[in-house]
Design a protein around this ligand. Structure first.
Ligand SMILES: Nc1ncnc2c1ncn2[C@@H]1O[C@H](COP(=O)(O)OP(=O)(O)OP(=O)(O)O)[C@@H](O)[C@H]1O
Ligand SMILES: [Mg+2]
Length: 382
């Protein structure tokens, strides 16, 4: 299932589509053939070329369908053996063992289980993949692991245990990955948030977190999320987009890029505005790259995503309240504090609340050249 996101660079899906097998219909052939004034032989050649394209397409489509069916079958097998292991093995105890020996013990347990219970048969390769998936369940983030390893995925969106979507090249698509049930999904969420010392429960049912690889995570659970726990992951892009990338995507023109570079170097205050997922943080990251390397830069974010290359950068991140509801440090607190840190530039991940006042004050009192983003509607082109 594919949905087009309105605010994403329109060139990307087109580029992808041009690489993907084009869908050619018989009517296309007929209209193309009849519209031309070429000789009979040329028309015949064209027709046979197009017919071959259709056959190739159908074969590719069939291969994709088969691969998907195979994956679905493997996932069902994984769910089955994972469930059986949960009944027979203390997986929590296993994950507390030393990593390599725990892995070995688990592998032995799976192999033994598969030998005893052959209700789900698989080829050697499939078996290997299922064992890997069960290892991901015990030591990693379960069904999220393969998606996190897939570099074409930019967002992973879990809408309850049975619905996992991903975004690739600005398009959302449903994946065959699912969780066993609500409890399984909650366990994975707990694993994510406990890694960074945060928690999620009825008293505090939403949380922002970050994965080990830097990916940004938001989780929200019932009673606030009505249809089961929901997780939104903005995958950390190892290769962040650069100005050259944006130019090649036609996101902006060369004179625009030059103007923006000059504006950053010339210490103008810049506010980047746009809709959700429209590329604000990406743009902020690129613009921050033009700040001269002898400036002292302070970055303030809720969830650190910026990757500045300059030598003189201090990165600050907000902190939510603790169990007793105390100790929260907001962006406003950090903006205020940063003013006492002798910044040349302040880079604020996202202006959302009262920190706007302090940021405006800073921009007008000696910290020119500061940068921030703000959520807003993305302009719609008619
Ligand atoms: N000009 C562009 N062309 C194509 N893809 C882009 C472009 N800008 C950003 N992206 C991609 O779009 C995704 C979202 O980008 P980004 O995180 O910068 O958006 P955002 O506006 O900050 O989102 P949010 O509102 O969730 O914070 C990323 O995967 C990024 O690589
Ligand atoms: Mg952002």
């Amino acid at each position: 299932m594919l949905f087009r996101r309105r605010n994403i660079n329109t060139d990307i899906p087109e580029k992808v589509m041009s690489e993907a097998p084009p869908s050619v219909k018989t009517t296309d052939i007929q209209s193309e053939v009849s519209a031309s004034s070429e000789s009979g032989k040329e028309q015949e050649e064209k027709q046979s070329r197009l017919e071959k394209k259709i056959r190739d397409n159908e074969e590719k489509e069939k291969a994709i369908q088969e691969a998907r069916k195979q994956l679905e079958q493997e996932l069902e097998t994984k769910h089955y053996y994972h469930q059986r292991l949960l009944e027979t093995l203390d997986l929590a105890l296993l994950s507390s063992l030393e990593k390599e020996s725990a892995r070995k013990e688990l592998q032995e347990a799976i192999v033994q289980l598969m030998a005893e219970d052959q209700s789900h048969t698989l080829g050697a390769e499939g078996r290997k993949r299922v064992i890997q998936q069960i290892e991901d369940e015990v030591f990693g983030l379960g069904p999220l692991e393969p998606l996190l390893k897939d570099s074409t995925v930019s967002d992973i969106l879990v809408n309850g245990p049975k619905s996992v979507f991903v975004e690739r090249f600005g398009k959302l698509e449903q994946t065959p990955y699912t969780f066993l049930d609500d409890r399984h999904l909650r366990n994975i969420i707990d694993r994510i948030v406990s890694q960074i010392g945060r928690r999620i429960d009825e008293a505090s049912p939403m949380v922002d977190a970050r994965l080990m690889d830097g990916s940004r995570v938001n989780a929200i659970i019932p009673p606030l999320a009505l249809d089961g726990a929901s997780v939104s992951i903005r995958r950390f892009a190892v290769d962040k987009l650069t100005m050259d990338n944006l130019l090649s995507f036609n996101s902006l023109s060369e004179p625009m890029a030059k103007f923006i570079e000059a504006a950053v170097e010339g210490e103008l205050n810049i506010l980047i505005s746009g809709g959700t997922g429209s590329g604000k943080t990406t743009t902020l990251n690129i613009l921050s790259g033009f700040i001269p390397s002898d400036d002292r830069i302070i970055t303030i974010e809720d969830s650190a995503e910026l990757q500045l290359q300059q030598p003189h950068v201090v990165r600050l991140e907000t902190r939510p309240a603790n169990l007793e509801g105390k100790g929260e440090i907001t962006q406003r607190d950090l903006v205020k504090n940063s003013l006492r840190m002798r910044p040349d530039r302040i880079v604020l991940g996202e202006v959302r609340g009262s920190e706007a006042v302090d940021m405006l004050a800073a921009m007008n009192t000696g910290h020119e050249g500061s940068l921030a983003t703000i959520h807003a509607n993305t302009p719609v082109m008619h």
